[in-house]
Design a protein around this ligand. Structure first.
Ligand code: AP5
Length: 207
């Protein structure tokens, strides 16, 4: 069975950026609950309509919805190496994952915490732009989109929503840091440095 890693960290920590690189260069499969929800919003499905209310306000989508999505994904993914990007995000989600993994023949290999101070989060998210065609993520200063590529700002990257997402991270998601540290699963990465250094550190963890 493939490896299973969880990516944990505040919004804008670079979880998606680094996960993409592991997908492209190391054959991992990225399961991003944020991407799944944004796709549902785009398609206008029932899930999307329900999720949008929470996402636009910077709140978490209810646990039972997210756990259901993850269960389905884990069942269809087969035996590849996977990154759970943005899941779990609450203690009940972590407890659900603990039950789900053995049911699909998996075990948790590690939880990578991307450590970034709040001020850096705000600067990264205010400059983030996304290509709506490919989903590729850019930054106006650190990684500008190529000439001719039309990019948009995510609805939840507006300043007042970012502030709320950070609050939610500290109150509902940060408790997972001690939860996984106590289980001996946590690896902390300094994600405030440049993407190349973060990737080098990450590779030493996942290999
Ligand atoms: P989600 O999409 O998961 O958002 P997030 O965790 O807040 O993470 P982001 O996508 O904002 O950031 P990232 O860490 O991936 O950073 P990125 O690589 O893009 O969730 C969105 C919403 O969905 C939630 O608010 C919630 O409503 C809902 N949701 C999702 N999962 C849920 C769950 N499990 N339970 C309940 N609700 C859930 O990088 C950010 C920017 O910085 C980019 O511009 C990038 O180019 C730049 N950058 C990256 N690395 C660096 C670097 N090292 N140096 C400089 N710039 C960098």
């Amino acid at each position: 069975m493939g490896k299973t890693f969880v990516f944990l960290g505040p919004p804008g920590a670079g979880k998606g950026t680094q996960a993409n690189r592991l997908v492209e260069e190391k054959g991992f499969v990225q399961i991003s609950t944020g991407d799944i929800l944004r796709e549902a919003v785009k398609q206008g499905t029932e899930l999307g309509k329900e999720a949008k209310k929470y996402m636009d306000a910077g709140k978490l989508v209810p646990d039972e919805i997210i756990i259901g999505i993850m269960k389905e994904k884990l069942e269809e993914i087969g035996d590849r190496d996977i990154i759970l990007d943005g899941f779990p995000r609450t203690i009940p989600q972590a407890e659900a994952l603990e039950k789900m993994l053995p049911q699909t023949g998996r075990q948790l290999d590690g939880v990578v915490l991307f450590n970034v101070p709040d001020e850096e989060v705000v600067s990264r998210l205010s400059g983030r732009r996304v290509d709506p065609e490919t989903g590729k993520v850019y930054h106006l200063t650190h990684n500008p989109p190529p000439e001719g590529v039309e990019v948009v700002q995510r609805e939840d990257d507006r300043e007042e929503v970012v502030k709320n997402r950070l609050k939610v991270y500290h109150s509902q998601t940060a408790p997972l840091i001690d939860y996984y540290r106590n289980k001996g699963k946590l690896v902390v990465i300094d994600a405030s440095t440049n993407p190349e250094d973060v990737y080098t550190h990450l590779l030493s963890v996942v290999k």
